[in-house]
Design a protein around this ligand. Sequence first.
Ligand SMILES: [Zn+2]
Length: 151
Amino acid sequence: MKFIADAMLGRLARWLRLLGYDALYYPQIEHGLLLRIAREDNRILLTRDTHLVKVRGVQRHLLLSENNPFEQLKKVIAAFNLKDFSLMSRCAECNASLTVVPKENVKNFVPEYVYQTSDIFKQCEGCGKLYWKGTHPEKFKKKLSEVLLSP
Ligand SMILES: [Zn+2]
C-alpha cells in the first residue's frame, strides 16, 4: 500500500515512513501533478482538501479533518487496517529504502558513543542519511504506542 500526502500533511508522511510505509510528500506541489502521481503510481491520496477530492474526483483517497498529526496517523491506520509496521526500513526525510551497512563503514560518521553502543546501522539509498536504533527518539515510540493502543 502506497500513499501520497498533500502539501498540508508533511508530518503525517514522516510518521508513515517511520512505520515503513511508502509515503510521498512534496511541500510545494501543484494539484494536477499531485493527482497525476497518485493515479499513475497507484497511490492513495491523503488530503485535508475537500475541494480537491470533490472537484477533481479522486478515487482512492482519505480525507482527513484532524489537525494533529498523531490523530491523522491514527485515522490512516484505522482506515486501511495497517499493522505490518517495519521500523527502520524507510528514510523519514526522503522516503527511500534503508539498507544495512557494515558497522566499520560508519565509524567516522556517527557519534563515538553511538558507535560503541549500537551494532546495526542502516543507510538511506536516497539521501545517505544514517540510521541506528537510537535514531527513533523515545518520544516517538511512546507516542506510537499511544496511537496504536488508544481506541
Ligand atoms: Zn533519505
